[in-house]
Design a binder for this molecule. Structure first.
Ligand code: ASP
Length: 600
């Protein structure tokens, strides 16, 4: 018996046909001796009927004893379901197959957890789900994510091909370049004491490919970062990695807008409007207090510095006098904030070094706040005017140095929005996607502990041409040709126009980032050399493919869109990796392990 259809294929039009289906026993019901089995495969499910009046009694007996998730193949006749037994929730809900032959391909034992009811299955402990990932992947909700992922990967390739890109695979055994995240190292057997590193991204290879004349490169690239896994990260992940020659920033924006438009259409049948707004980093921080703003709701941060320069309230005027700013946001309708929530927000402010969190609650026509008594009429009028204060509002302030003030209110804005959403006071439409480009980032940031500058994106990012003369004299003022693409508060990707002049690249490494010329040579000598033998101007970007798919699937976690994800500790619970190795293997690799062996 070989299957003739998948389990989501049969419709009324096939009534009367003899068919064969294969799949997993999704559910089994005994209704007065008649057995109903829903057989499921990755496409969907079909109802099978084992009726003693029409099916061999032996088969009915076997069917009645099958455990869920056993694998079967059946043949039978398609028939319309009797009136009132139709199931409008599934595509095959108008028909059933009356079975006349059954082969049990594999008898399943009682499962570690049940997957026939989506709600119960979603509540199963994630560790158990990851240990038995093959069972978990069968859940229609997860399988749908895998299907969408595959569809988007194909759409990516088709789009890139249409745009004239070459897909090139770059090595995953690379060399250590320790300025980024921590790397996974792979010891070399042939060269004792030497190591490969798994790439954090194909950055250097893709730039070299531009030197090679590939012109337009892309890859669904596997990347590795050995970071302590905060929240929703994976040590290995996939990027849609892109590099192009002879381009400016706008060319990259246009390409990515076209790509995302295609992806949203293919995956969700949604037409997203393009172009996306381009907002400079400084403005983004000023308005939303975070470099990946969620712009689906307003609650923008307002600057009050000019209004409080000579305020009686010394916390504000003092902050301004020492070079800082005063900013505020209006959490509309949040005067009902609880004590605990207020404390949580105050803690956020304190974590940035602030002494506390100034606020005004607007209740019963009154501004309730310990600080209002210090405000002049003009200051109050400025607040009303700039913040649109109304009954029920909660105003929150930050008086600090610019970046701190922005970041404090940026965090509080997200916190308050979450609470207001739970209270039903803030609407965020399902299926709303607010894209924007964040542009004009500072090229460099200062590491106070190390007392030196580091690249905000990476050292290959080109400064804005006008700012190049200030590179060594005033590094802080230099803008980078770096851009991030953001949607609904998620950073989907980032990239830059690169440096392609060997001298400028050397200056950045040695004079700005303070790498010695030996280190520069050892790590990047081959790139500097390649730039000397004909290197076109170029730029690119990488999008996080897992994040992209999670957004499209509406998945809460990236783990739900990765077939075999790792836990927060970086282990695969199904295969139990990482794991110890044989002493012989270590010897081959010239490795002497010092830690005590993990308890068996
Ligand atoms: N390689 C960069 C990254 O992984 C992206 C880029 O600049 O193209 O973040």
């Amino acid at each position: 018996m070989k299957r003739t259809h998948h389990c989501n294929e049969l419709r009324l039009g096939q009534a009367g046909e003899e068919v064969s289906l294969s799949g997993w026993v999704h559910s089994c019901r005994d209704l007065g001796g008649v057995i109903f089995i829903d057989v499921r495969d990755r496409e969907g499910r079909t109802q099978l009927v084992f009726d003693p009046q029409e099916t061999d009694a032996n088969l009915v007996g076997i069917a009645s004893k099958l455990h869920s998730e056993s694998v079967i193949t059946v043949s039978g006749k398609v028939r319309q379901r009797p009136d009132e037994t139709e199931n409008t929730r599934i595509a095959t809900g108008q028909i059933e197959v009356v079975v006349d032959a059954l082969v049990v391909d594999n008898r399943a034992e009682v499962l570690p957890f049940q997957i026939d009811d989506p709600e119960t299955a979603a509540k199963v402990n994630e560790e158990l789900r990851l240990q038995y990932r093959y069972v978990d992947l069968r859940r229609p909700e997860i399988m749908r994510n895998m299907q969408l992922r595959s569809k988007v990967a194909t759409a990516t390739r088709v789009f890139m091909e249409e745009e004239g890109f070459l897909e090139v695979e770059t090595p995953t055994l690379f060399k250590s370049t320790p300025e980024g995240a921590r790397e996974f190292l792979v010891p070399s057997r042939v060269s004792p004491g030497e190591f490969y590193a798994l790439p954090q991204s194909p950055q250097q290879f893709k730039q070299i490919l531009m030197c090679s004349g590939v012109d337009k490169y892309f890859q669904l690239a596997r990347c590795y970062r050995d970071e302590d896994l905060r929240a929703d990260r994976q040590p290995e992940f996939t990027q849609v990695d892109i590099e192009m020659s002879f381009v400016e920033r706008e060319d990259i924006y246009g390409l990515i807008e076209g790509y995302l438009k295609r992806v949203w259409k293919v995956a969700l049948d949604i037409d997203i409007p393009t172009p996306f707004p381009r907002v400079p980093y400084h403005e983004v921080m000023d308005r939303w207090g975070i470099d990946k703003p969620d712009t689906r709701f307003e609650m923008e941060i307002v600057d009050l510095t000019e209004n409080f320069v000579s305020s009686e309230f010394k916390v504000f005027s003092g902050a301004i006098a020492s070079g800082g700013v005063v900013k505020a946001l209006n959490a509309k309708g949040y005067a009902c904030v609880t004590q605990g929530q207020m404390e949580a927000m105050t803690e956020t402010a304190k974590s940035f070094g602030a002494k506390g969190l100034a606020f005004i609650k607007v209740e019963n026509g009154e501004w309730k706040s310990p600080i209002v008594k210090f405000f002049s009429d003009a200051e109050k009028a400025a607040l009303e005017d700039k913040l649109g204060i109304e009954e029920g509002d909660l105003i929150l302030f930050a008086a600090d140095e610019w970046l701190n003030a922005c970041e404090i209110l940026g965090k509080i804005r997200l916190y308050a929005a979450g609470k207001l959403k739970d209270l039903g006071k803030l609407e965020m439409a399902e299926g709303q996607f607010n894209f924007l480009w964040v542009v004009d980032f500072p090229l460099l940031a200062f590491d106070k502990e190390m007392n030196r500058w580091y690249s905000s994106h990476h050292p290959f990012t080109s400064p804005v041409v006008d700012d190049i003369p200030n590179l060594t004299s005033d590094p802080k003022s230099v803008r980078g040709q770096h851009y991030d693409i953001v949607v609904n508060g998620v950073e989907l990707g980032g990239g830059s126009i690169r440096i392609h002049q060997p001298d400028l690249q050397k200056t950045v490494f040695e004079e700005v980032l303070q790498l010695s010329s030996e280190v520069t040579q050892a790590r990047f000598g081959y790139m500097l050399e390649a730039f000397k033998y004909g290197c076109p101007p170029h730029g690119g970007i990488a999008l996080g493919f897992d994040r992209l798919i999670a957004l499209l699937c509406g998945a809460e976690s990236i783990r739900d869109v990765v077939a075999f994800p790792k836990t927060a500790k970086g282990s695969c619970l199904m295969t139990d990796s990482p794991a110890g190795v044989e002493p012989r293997q270590l010897k081959d690799l010239h490795i002497d392990v010092k830690v005590a062996k993990k308890a068996e």
